[in-house]
Design a protein around this ligand. Structure first.
Ligand code: 26M
Length: 838
């Protein structure tokens, strides 16, 4: 591979070597004679940043000149992970840079580990945004990400005496070479205060007189595309005080309040809320959301006005905004506010433009996760926006009156009430709430779910009435992941093997070409090479497990992995129950019988929201059961269970390529999509899962590659109840008769077999049928789960067949490239076209 022709910066190893040394000296004040690993990493990163800037500027210049339509991806989260290797490889500079480092006495991969993850996200939703940026840049689509530059990202998870402890993520102390501070790009953002209204004739002018103001300052994070000059941009906002500090208070000796304004302003972008799926209604969170959305819209409108003046009716031809869940939905009211109050448009024009530029993605149907802000809070911090939302709601309800005029009166009113944007809290009728999802649906031209089943479910559940009114507004966009980070760079040996087999590396940007691997599944020589790569990846994970736990594991064992946020609906508890069952079975065997047991190393990792007690119980249980099993001399050669601490993007990059089996076992109908399932499929890990989220489409693709006779589910280990049966089963779960093996395990946990007696609440949550528990139907799925685990073991004993399937998984994973997802967004929602730097 050679470097891109247009780059002005030399990239031969010698020049890179001396450039890096210069950075060590002039940027970091380091000594050329003593280049520590951290200094070498930084020198390298500062050098690469210049390549990135060069390309980003070339891209922006072209885009400014041609003025194409842009997409702005608004997201409270971007879970980027590390950038060093991603940058080097996207820029196709691996060879010269690896050599230059060798001259410095370092190995590139080891140095790369010096970088701290950019953990500006909770889980799937944030990582999806990062994959989307990669795909947009790679496909030369004019688009930017907009978000928040959190000073502290996702907390670091430490396990102390078996319990999760949260430690702040101090990720910026060594500086961040991947961002460029833009003191020239600043916008004021206001909060609070009151409204002043002046009526002239029939026209009412509203002026918002806020009582708090902060400054949003931009940081640009260049996003390199793979195999292209194009480099996108992720613009993150930092909140700063208007006045550095109150000199007056300081002079009066009031040192603490002198810093008040600074503290209050900086608090806004200080920390990522670590709740995944169960948001808390904290006012600061609303301020974060408004802060980044207001700055982003002001920024876009300022650029638009430079080119098009006040021809705002052109805006929908030049810009669209994708709302990543409801978090940026206040942008709908902000757009109306900017167009009406600042630009002087009338309401109808402003509303018409607004509904043409926003599109909304829903990522979950968990009722507690749907954001609803108390009107009281909204009015306090955003009085003008609250009023705008009330007007939108009034007009919306008037529209519905018309639209549903055929309905009987009571029925019609009930439907309107269900679709209201502002409505009473169902638990406390006194309190009025703003339903952000309803605002997002009303204010957007398109609403999408993130996998086919999920998109179908939202049309018949949370958005049922809306779907009746606007059937064409609803679409599906099945998620995808970037094959560069999640296969090419994190599993380089497999990528090399694939390229050898296919005779081209074009599959890296055209993933459907992976289907060309199909015949190789029948080739014994190729299967041998395929398993050798897996084994090497398992050695790498084995070393990681040793580093994190002190234990050695046998890499010939089956590596059985479940990694994702800890949540009741994801059912890590069910996984543990089957591990306990396996333990009991092995204990009851004779030494002779034990010879036929398939050895497994089970790994669970993931973070629990800080206040989510049941999730924290699950982490404790994994640890406690693991301690029992891993130290039992009769069992430890045949079964292990580890909870790996501080799951993040970088750990995922080591775990996923090493998986033989991965588990995606949510109660059917609860996991909107899942995205790690796609990463595991790409890396040839067999899947044990329920018919939920994207598992269904993965199963369809795996069936399709096997030919017309294969049925959906063939080649995977599928179990559990169907999504359509879940409501009925939930009603009947009081009468459900549990399996005796289930009862036995529950007794063991209760009586303290795992050296801990604090599991009562957890056990009750799935066991106390009389109080109507086990919402996620663990007991219903327990027996079939054990059965399918036996199928897994049987298949493992036939390694030829196992590896054959593994190859077919990778071969059929092309659909789940985020390139496919993003092309569909671009064509079916955004109407943006590629524009590549020559
Ligand atoms: C909201 C308010 C306050 C604090 C936190 C939140 C919040 C943050 C993240 C709520 C939900 C959040 O994430 C939900 C999420 O990650 N959903 C996942 O989205 C993935 C990408 O579409 C899907 O693959 C997963 O199935 C879905 O669970």
């Amino acid at each position: 591979r050679k470097r891109a022709e247009t780059s002005k910066k030399p990239t031969d190893p010698e020049t890179v070597h001396s450039d890096v040394l210069a950075k060590v000296e002039f940027n970091s004040g380091g000594n050329r004679g003593q280049v520590t690993a951290l200094l070498a990493y930084q020198g390298l990163a500062w050098n690469l940043r210049e390549h990135l800037m060069e390309r980003m500027i070339a891209t922006q210049n072209l885009w400014r000149e041609k003025d194409p339509k842009f997409v702005y991806y608004l997201s409270a989260e971007f879970l980027m992970g590390r950038s060093l290797l991603n940058t080097i490889q996207n820029l196709e500079l691996y060879e010269p840079y690896a050599q230059a480092l060798k001259m410095l006495g370092y190995n590139l991969e080891t140095l790369a580990e010096k970088e701290r993850d950019a953990s500006l996200g909770n889980g799937g939703l944030g990582r999806l945004a990062a994959c989307f940026l990669d795909a947009m840049a790679t496909m030369n689509l004019p688009g930017w990400g907009y978000g928040i530059r959190y000073k502290y990202g996702m907390f670091k998870q430490i396990i102390k005496d078996g319990e999760q402890m949260e430690v702040p993520d101090v990720w910026l102390t060594d500086g961040n070479p991947w961002e460029v501070r833009r003191p020239d790009v600043v916008f004021p953002v206001s909060f609070g205060g009151k409204l002043k209204k002046t009526v002239t004739g029939s026209h009412e002018l509203v002026e918002w007189i806020p009582d708090e103001q902060v400054i949003a300052m931009a940081y640009d994070v260049p996003i390199p595309g793979f195999n292209t000059q194009n480099t996108g941009n992720l613009r993150l906002w930092e909140s700063l005080p208007v006045n550095e500090f109150d000199l007056d208070a300081f002079n009066k000796g009031d040192i603490l309040s002198a810093y008040n304004e600074k503290g209050r302003a900086e608090a806004i972008t200080s920390v990522l809320y670590p709740n995944d799926s169960t948001p808390e209604g904290k006012a600061l969170r609303l301020k974060q959301q408004y802060f980044f959305v207001s700055a982003s819209l002001q920024d876009v409108l300022a650029r638009f006005k430079k080119v098009h003046g006040n021809q705002f009716d052109l805006l929908p031809e030049k810009a669209c905004f994708q709302l990543n869940d409801t978090h940026p939905t206040i942008g709908i009211a902000e757009m109306v506010h900017l167009l009406v109050d600042k630009e002087g448009l009338d309401w109808e024009a402003a509303w018409g433009i607004t509904t043409k530029v926003f599109a909304f993605t829903n990522h979950t149907i968990m009722p507690e996760a749907l954001e609803k802000w108390p009107v009281k809070v909204m009015r306090e911090f955003l009085p003008r926006h609250m009023e705008i939302i009330e007007t939108i709601d009034t007009q919306w309800q008037a529209f519905l009156e018309e639209k549903l005029s055929e309905m009987p009166k009571a029925e019609k009113q009930a439907a309107i009430d269900r679709m209201a944007i502002v409505h009473p809290n169902q638990w406390n009728k006194e309190e009025m709430l703003v339903n952000m999802a309803h605002l997002a649906v009303v204010g957007s031209h398109t609403v999408n779910g993130v996998a086919q089943i999920h998109s179908d479910i939202i049309k018949s559940t949370i958005f049922k009435d809306f779907h009746g009114v606007f059937p064409l507004k609803f679409q599906n966009k099945t998620n995808g992941v970037t094959p560069r980070r999640w296969l090419v760079f994190s599993n380089t040996d497999l990528a090399t093997l694939i390229t050898e087999a296919l005779g081209t590396q074009e599959w890296m940007t055209n993933c459907k070409l992976l289907e060309g691997l199909k015949p190789f599944a029948e080739d014994a020589e190729f299967r041998k090479k395929w398993s050798a790569v897996k084994r090497k990846n398992k050695e790498r994970l084995g070393a990681k497990i040793r580093e994190l736990t002190g234990d050695d594991v046998d890499t010939s064992s089956m590596f059985d992995i479940q990694i994702k946020r800890i949540h009741e609906y994801k059912r890590q508890f069910l996984n543990v129950l089957s591990v306990i069952r396996r333990y009991n079975t092995i204990k009851a065997m004779t030494p002779e019988e034990r010879k036929s047991v398939v050895p497994r190393v089970c790994v669970i990792a993931g973070k629990a929201a800080s206040s989510y007690e049941r999730a924290k119980d699950i982490i404790r249980l994994v640890g406690a059961v693991g301690d029992t099993i891993n130290t039992d001399p009769e069992v430890r050669d045949l079964l292990r269970l580890y909870f790996l601490p501080d799951y993040n993007v970088s750990l995922a990059e080591v775990i996923i390529p090493a998986a033989d089996l991965s588990q995606h076992i949510s109660t059917a109908g609860t996991e909107a999509s899942g995205t790690s399932n796609m990463k595991f499929q790409m890396n040839g890990s067999l899947i044990l899962g329920t018919m939920d989220g994207a598992n269904i489409e993965i199963a369809e693709e795996i069936a399709a590659i096997q030919g017309p006779d294969a049925k959906v589910g063939d080649g995977l280990f599928i179990f559990g109840v169907d999504a359509k049966d879940v409501p009925k089963l939930r009603k009947e779960r009081k009468e459900f008769k549990t399996d005796p093996r289930w009862d036995e395990i529950m007794d063991m946990i209760k009586k303290g077999t795992f050296g801990n007696d604090k599991f009562e609440a957890l056990v009750d949550s799935v066991n106390d049928m009389t109080v109507g528990n086990d919402w996620f139907l663990l007991a219903n799925d327990f027996a079939t789960y054990l059965d399918v685990q036996d199928e897994v073991d049987a298949m493992w004993k036939n390694q030829d067949e196992w590896v054959r399937r593994s190859i077919l998984y990778t071969a059929s994973s092309g659909k789940f490239s985020s390139d496919r997802t993003i092309s569909q967004y671009a064509e079916e929602i955004w109407d943006v076209q590629p524009l590549a730097v020559a």
